[in-house]
Design a protein around this ligand. Structure first.
Ligand code: UDP
Ligand code: MG
Length: 309
């Protein structure tokens, strides 16, 4: 098998037909053996029925139906665990990632790259909030982590089998695939493109899902937030020391005792706020550690037409 394409599906009934047509017209003319692996991530619409119809007619279509909605990253991971191609593509189902790019990406892979990702020049049809938060997020995570995570890049990419095999060895429960793939290394290149609007349906990434995803990325690749406590400690102690000198000088030099409910309550609340914030940050890490220690299966497959040898 030359090429496997992983497509996570969450309520994409309006997109599957066009996606299938565009994918097969691209991959069809590339003259390779391929499989399209649809991972249904607990869709509530008729996506699964549509995929199964296609699978019944076309032997190159594989499907994995997860037992419920596990989230985009886990759906893709389920695909990664079950593909057999020498090259593996991850692509969104909503046609925001143009399938036509697979051809140049595949070419670069054959020219010696192990990962070729697609970098967005522009994003169309997305809310201002999404654009700003996405931009902010990519810059923040770049600052916080030691590895170079490509800016403005989603999961749309092609990978060599070697990279896929390493990914399979990464056991973490909170996936942040794009950074995990950067972390793996090898020779990674990119193509640029204009990100289209979603073809049909609406985004499956709610604001809270995006927020959690961002925290997954930061906690998995940086311990800097944990250091916040020490930084805050230094700053607050410094300020306190200066205030102490000020208080002593007023009392003994100017014989003037500073009084004030306001300053007191502000200090107490300020320190209280910092403490809660830091505990919250520690909590984010501990919660993820707990998930990893419980070591539950990452996803549960309800049904599939993939036969494991
Ligand atoms: N998706 C998924 N599970 C989810 C949310 C999304 O499998 O819980 C899939 C979705 O069907 C699509 C891809 O992940 O193929 C990207 O999702 P979406 O287009 O909603 O995200 P956005 O492009 O708005 O960031
Ligand atoms: Mg999308």
């Amino acid at each position: 098998m030359n090429l496997s394409v992983i497509i996570p599906i969450y309520n994409e009934e309006g997109n599957i037909k066009l996606l299938y047509e565009r994918l097969t017209s691209v991959v069809g003319k590339m003259n390779l053996s391929y499989e399209l692996v649809f991972v249904n991530d607990g869709s509530k619409d008729s996506s699964l029925e549509i995929i199964k119809q296609y699978a019944a007619q076309h032997p190159e279509i594989k499907y994995i139906n997860l037992s419920r909605n596990f989230g985009h990253q886990i759906a893709v991971s389920a695909g990664i665990d079950n593909v057999v191609g020498n090259a593996v593509v991850i692509i969104d189902a909503d046609l925001q990632d143009p399938p036509e790019l697979i051809e140049p990406m595949y070419k670069m892979l054959n020219e010696g790259y192990q990962v070729v990702y697609a970098k967005r020049k522009q994003r169309k049809g997305e809310s201002l909030l999404k654009l700003i938060t996405a931009k902010l997020f990519y810059r923040t995570i770049d600052r916080l982590t030691d590895i170079d995570i490509p800016l403005d890049t989603g999961d749309f990419r092609i990978m060599d089998k070697r990279v896929v095999d390493v990914l399979k060895l990464m056991p973490e429960k909170h996936k942040f695939l794009r950074a995990q793939i950067s972390w793996i290394g090898f020779k990674q290149g990119f193509v640029t493109y204009d990100r289209d609007e979603r073809h049909a349906g609406k985004t499956g990434y709610t604001f809270s899902k995006m927020f959690r995803f961002a925290l997954d990325g930061i906690t998995a690749f940086s311990s800097t937030p944990l250091r916040l406590a020490s930084y805050a400690g230094f700053v607050v102690s410094g300020i306190t020391f200066l205030l102490m000198i000020y208080a002593l000088v007023s009392k003994f030099v100017y014989h003037d005792v500073i009084e004030g409910w306001t300053s007191l309550i502000l200090c107490v609340l300020f320190i209280g706020g910092i403490q809660l914030l830091v505990i919250g940050i520690i909590g984010e890490y501990i919660g993820r550690m707990a998930d990893n220690i419980r070591n539950r299966p990452l996803y549960i497959i309800g049904e599939t037409n993939i036969k494991k040898e």
